[in-house]
Design a protein around this ligand. Structure first.
Ligand SMILES: [Zn+2]
Ligand SMILES: [Zn+2]
Length: 166
């Protein structure tokens, strides 16, 4: 018993404790949104159990341009060979057509060189609902405006509740 305790690390990282709590509650980590990928999503913040839409390896491949571009689709490669995984994230803001109820102020074709201004967003706000249809590419401006609209209009959103409690 004593020997076992000795082996335990003196301090646990907060993120490890929060991760354990998440898993012991029977919750599961959503799967990477990319077609052909079955990895767990990378976490954004264990504190509020917020996840990214992609796994860390897909994210790295996308950011380091490790893919073949064909017919407008990005096929991830490993050591030069395609892995069968296709990147879901778009190179433009999907609100260029006004699908959020207002039109993006930036031209759809002008995002080259400004890709860091594009976010992956869960359409319904539910991080666990990580299916491709629910994961959209919106620019930071549209994403921000969408969040404000949701906070103002919906009384059951966490952000709105915070507001109502003031
Ligand atoms: Zn992935
Ligand atoms: Zn936009």
């Amino acid at each position: 018993m004593t020997a076992l305790l000795m082996k335990l690390p003196k301090m646990k990282k907060i993120s490890d404790i929060q991760r354990e709590k998440f898993l012991t509650q029977g919750r599961t980590i959503p799967k990477c949104v990319n077609h052909g990928c079955d990895n767990d999503c990378a976490f954004r913040n264990w504190g509020n159990w917020s996840f990214k839409s992609e796994c860390s390896s897909c994210m790295t491949a996308r950011k380091t341009n490790r893919f073949n571009l064909r017919d407008g689709k990005k096929y991830i490669t490993r050591r030069g060979k395609e892995t069968g995984v296709v990147i879901h994230k778009k190179d433009y803001c999907e609100n260029h057509n006004g699908e959020l109820g207002f039109i993006c102020g930036w031209n759809r074709d002008n995002w080259i060189g400004f890709e860091s201004g594009l976010d992956l967003d869960h359409l319904d706000g539910d991080h666990d609902n990580n299916i491709p249809e629910n994961v959209k590419t919106y620019c930071k401006l549209c994403h921000g405006r969408k969040s404000i609209m949701e906070g103002d209009c919906s009384s059951h959103k966490g952000s709105a509740r915070k507001f109502n409690d003031l």
